[in-house]
Design a protein around this ligand. Structure first.
Ligand code: ADP
Ligand code: MG
Length: 331
């Protein structure tokens, strides 16, 4: 017999609803969170819908992991330390194989962050996962989009472009199939897609680094919709411009390995999105301290440009490039 709603919740989503600061976890109408007086509560929410944010038949483990990752990435972008989260899930049916793997992926990241799941909602419907995450940040220390200053350096963590390449491969457009054929990679198409899609979903969280980064930076965002689009949010909010050196963008080793055309690599890094890496600005006199911090957290950090007066300029080896292409938007 199919598992009931309440059995399902108990079996898959109640294994850790306790933590420092959680006065009441799962089981009542609300959970209760205690916020220490010198902190602010950072709150974010994100939904993953089948066919929009992930391909049909995506591994439930990866889905559980990434649904939480995109939320803690927002907390990291403010410099907030993850404190707890809630999960609203719509399931087409109570498929226990799915639930087992989904909750394993979810708790893989939650346990790493010592993050309790304190409530949620479970309903029948087309597969959709909404998570809200709550974080703590010392009062007045959040890294806000409006805080970029002229002459600040512009930095990114990790590498850019791999998740977007995976999405291109997944859509199997005529264009990408032709490209893979030209690169003599058509026989390996499926294994390359699987490798990039999995790696593009099992993204490292930057929470601990970001929390420490609040000592050096006051302005950050996470790259969800592509570098150019998300940098533009910072520039608009801060009323500044920037010069970005495209040849400095950190690329995944796969791009070189597959010998992707350079223009396509640049395009994926600039507009691709789904990277969930940090983009931040900082007074460049802190660069030695930044390097020490990055090393101690094993987080790769790269300077890609400088905040300036005026507009956004994208330079490739000193030559201005056109960026008419619009960043991704849902509507
Ligand atoms: P209510 O009807 O008051 O909203 P429910 O009966 O739907 O509460 O849920 C019972 C308890 O189980 C609540 O504490 C709720 O937060 C929790 N819950 C429901 N679904 C989930 C889920 N997917 N993950 C974690 N907790 C859940
Ligand atoms: Mg209720």
């Amino acid at each position: 017999m199919a598992i009931s709603e309440f059995e399902l919740i108990k079996k898959y989503f109640t294994s850790n609803d306790r933590g420092e600061g959680i006065s009441l976890g799962i089981g009542d109408d609300c959970a209760l969170i205690n916020v220490p007086s010198e902190y602010e509560l950072a709150i974010t929410t994100d939904t993953q819908n089948e066919g929009i944010h992930f391909f049909k038949d995506t591994s439930p483990f990866l889905l559980g992991y990434k649904s939480l990752l995109v939320n803690v990435s927002d907390l990291a972008a403010m410099g907030a330390k993850p404190y707890s989260f809630t999960l609203s899930i719509n399931l087409p049916d109570a498929d226990e194989r799915f639930l087992e793997e989904f909750s394993r992926g979810l708790y893989a990241l939650a346990s790493k962050l010592n993050l309790p799941l304190i409530g949620g909602n479970t309903s029948k419907g087309p597969l959709s996962i909404s998570i809200s995450a709550y974080g703590l940040i010392k009062k007045g220390r959040a890294m806000k989009r409006a805080n970029a200053r002229i002459n600040d350096g512009v930095y990114v963590t990790g590498t850019l472009g791999l998740p977007a390449f995976a999405v291109d491969l997944g859509y199997r457009s005529e264009h990408i199939c032709k490209l893979m054929e030209n690169l003599s990679l058509n026989k390996e198409y499926d294994s390359i897609f699987n490798h990039c899609y999995e790696k593009g979903m099992l993204i490292e969280n930057r929470c601990a680094f970001a929390s420490a980064l609040t000592e050096l930076s006051t302005c950050a965002i996470d790259i969800s919709d592509g570098l150019v689009g998300d940098l533009s949010h910072i520039l608009k909010a801060s009323d500044v411009g920037a010069v970005i050196n495209i040849e400095e963008l950190p690329k995944p080793s796969e791009f070189k390995e597959y010998k992707l055309p350079e223009e396509y690599q640049d395009h994926l890094c600039m507009y691709g999105g789904g990277d969930y890496e940090l983009l931040f600005t900082m007074n460049e006199t802190f660069e030695n301290r930044l390097n020490t911090l990055a090393q101690s957290f094993y987080v790769p950090v790269k300077r890609i440009g400088t905040i300036k007066n005026g507009t956004l300029e994208l330079l490739k080896h000193g030559k201005m490039i056109d960026y008419r292409e619009k960043p991704f938007e849902h509507f």
